[in-house]
Design a protein around this ligand. Structure first.
Ligand SMILES: Nc1ncnc2c1ncn2[C@@H]1O[C@H](COP(=O)(O)OP(=O)(O)OP(=O)(O)O)[C@@H](O)[C@H]1O
Ligand SMILES: [Mg+2]
Length: 270
């Protein structure tokens, strides 16, 4: 599956909009130039997936995205024999396709992946850069341009779901967080079409809500949710309704907590 975020125009990939928070573009380009795998850490909705889509288009490499979960098997990544018209044929999985094509393979929420999946990554993420395919007896050498990118949210980490040091220490890593207000305001404005002066109080509110993290809410309100709220407002929804729907209800089910969060809305919007 090619990433839907990459638009083709006149044959060339147009990079999806991404406003850098720091030097992450240069770091990713250096990793790509030296064939080094990279791990993107950060809370939900802070721009990790968008960044990868942007970088893939910038580098002109195809992107294969895999959402990891605990049912995902090594065969889902590598490939399997399938019955087609009475014949068994080998069908490459997304990882194998990326290895063959010199593409970027992006493993989203990699901590959710099972042990047998992470083991497959080991020979690919050290200087061997090979993918052994047991079922066919092939040992694929990665085509130049192949790059493994993985992401995870350290906030959800628990003892059962962490990466082993032998896996972690095969990746460079970049720590992401929500953009500072002077970046988040133009990001939300660009994504939603709401003018910056109307986005400003939403971002101010988001940062007040983020300060509540850990007390009553598990995760701070994401850039994604601010974009949702701004999109609803730009579409004509009254501000309070949009905020309740996009920035309060998604954070908590607890009536007391929500009342506390709504007090912050009143503090910002009056
Ligand atoms: N720096 C940025 N430039 C442009 N858009 C951004 C940026 N940061 C966040 N966004 C916006 O935030 C939305 C959410 O970002 P994204 O989907 O990349 O989050 P994520 O970190 O991958 O989250 P998750 O861990 O839940 O998958 C994007 O669709 C985009 O609208
Ligand atoms: Mg993502």
């Amino acid at each position: 599956m090619k990433d839907a975020n990459t638009h083709q125009q006149n044959g060339a990939a147009i990079a999806p909009f991404y406003l850098p928070q720091g030097d992450e573009v240069a770091v990713f380009e250096a990793a790509a130039a030296h064939d080094l795998p990279i791990l993107l850490k950060g809370p939900t909705g802070c721009g990790k997936t968008r960044f990868v889509a942007h970088m893939a288009a910038r580098l002109g490499r195809p992107l294969y995205t895999v959402a990891c979960h605990d049912d995902l098997s090594a065969a889902d990544l590598i490939g399997r024999y399938l019955l087609k018209g009475g014949e068994t044929v080998w069908v490459d999985g997304p990882l194998t396709r990326a290895v063959r094509e010199g593409a970027i393979c992006y493993l989203d929420e990699v901590v959710e992946a099972r042990k047998d999946v992470t083991v497959v990554l080991h020979p690919l993420t050290d200087d061997r850069r090979i993918l052994p395919i047991d079922r066919t007896g092939e040992e694929l050498a990665a085509t130049p341009g192949f790059m493994l990118v993985a992401s995870y949210n350290p906030g959800y980490q628990n003892i059962l779901k962490t990466l082993k040091p032998s896996t972690r220490q095969r990746f460079l890593a970049i720590d992401f967080d929500f953009p500072a207000p002077e970046l988040e305001i133009p990001v939300v404005a660009a994504e939603s079409g709401l003018p910056e002066d109307r986005v400003k109080p939403l971002v101010r509110l988001a940062n007040k809500l983020r300060a509540m993290k850990g007390q009553d809410v598990e995760e701070g309100v994401s850039t994604r949710l601010i974009v949702y709220a701004a999109t609803l407002i730009a579409g004509g929804m009254p501000i309070e309704r949009a905020i309740l729907t996009a920035m309060i209800e998604p954070l908590s089910d607890d009536a007391d907590t929500k009342r506390g969060l709504l007090d912050l809305v009143t503090a910002v919007f009056g």
